[in-house]
Write a protein that binds this ligand. Structure first.
Ligand code: HEC
Length: 104
């Protein structure tokens, strides 16, 4: 009997402590990460087509890709993730990407 009572008291204490630990609201400020696109032909098209979902860092953190690889990347964004890219813009975008971060 006595053991049950003290166990209950311990449980109550634990619940109280948990409440105290989680009741305070903590706010944190996330850093704003903005990676600008570097100027070049087609930049506006890339800006409109690529930056709705993720930052331009995705372009610059890739290893240098060939034209074929960048074309596959743009096609993947469009087909797999539904990027709003007009068919007529694919070439312009690929040219920009190759100029920025491409290899022959
Ligand atoms: C509809 C949303 C969307 C748009 C628009 C979009 N992407 Fe992505 N992108 C994604 C998702 C989702 C991933 C993969 C998940 C992740 O890593 O965050 C990704 C990943 C990437 C990667 C990393 C490599 C990989 O294949 O995962 C690159 C490079 C990239 N995107 C480039 C582009 C370029 C260039 C454009 C414009 C032509 C573009 N994205 C437009 C959604 C999008």
């Amino acid at each position: 009997m006595k053991a049950t009572a003290s166990r209950l008291a311990l449980l109550a204490l634990a619940v109280l402590m948990l409440g105290a630990a989680t009741s305070g609201t903590v706010s944190i400020t996330m850093p704003t990460v903005t990676v600008p696109l570097k100027p070049g032909p087609g930049m506006e098209v890339v800006d409109a087509s690529c930056r709705t979902c993720h930052s331009a860092a995705y372009i610059y953190t890739q290893p240098r890709l060939t034209r074929a690889q960048w074309t596959a990347e743009v096609t993947k964004m469009k087909a797999a993730y539904g990027a709003p890219i007009a068919d007529g813009d694919v070439n312009t975008i690929v040219e920009y990407l190759v100029a920025q971060n491409g290899k022959p």
